[in-house]
Design a protein around this ligand. Sequence first.
Ligand SMILES: *Cc1c(COP(=O)(O)O)cnc(C)c1O
Length: 228
Amino acid sequence: MHQGIAGRLLEISNKVQAACYQAQRSKEEIKLVAVSKLQSVDVINEAYALGINNFGENYAQELAEKSLACPKDIIWHFIGPIQSNKVSLIAKYANWVHSIDREKVARKLNDALETEGKKIHALVQVNIDREESKSGILAEEAVDFTNELIVHYPNLILEGLMFMPKITASKKAKMDTMNKIMDLQQLLSSKIPSCSHLSLGTSSDFEESILSGSTILRIGESLLGKRS
Ligand SMILES: *Cc1c(COP(=O)(O)O)cnc(C)c1O
């Protein structure tokens, strides 16, 4: 079972390639983000040495610590829920943020970025399954919300949408969700052509997500190993 990061990366790359072939898409359109939450700096350095340079973190403090300890040319993606008292850490250490899910957070992040004198690539998180417990804005609000952010918060470079679909048992429900996501992303990019990214797909569903138009895969355990 223990084939190491190199072996797992090869396996994932082969699956990505096969899914791209099936979807008639170019592999170059797809960015792989290694989700390194709760993984050690050694694990990140090992993956980096294999050529991975996009990493995803869920906790602001952990992001800050790892960013300081790891190679400087790593591109950091903040993918976790954003607490408004942590926006300054995110503004300082992240290059991308996938989880913009309310106006207040966007405003605070924009202000913190102003202080830092930088901009960040941003995705709007959508709650596609309409789960009460889940963060994210509703699908029918996604286009207007994105527009509002573009108008009011110039330090956020809006790039598209992020989804964390429910891991459902039924294949049919999953297909329905994937189709909804694809339609919404197409609607958004038809209205705002610069919003061409779709962050979708984890260890358990990245191949389907490529068929649904994902451009950013967030893969944790199946690449870096079990989280401690
Ligand atoms: C942890 C996490 C992932 C990665 O999940 P794996 O099952 O380890 O691939 C992806 N996206 C988000 C938002 C996460 O929190």
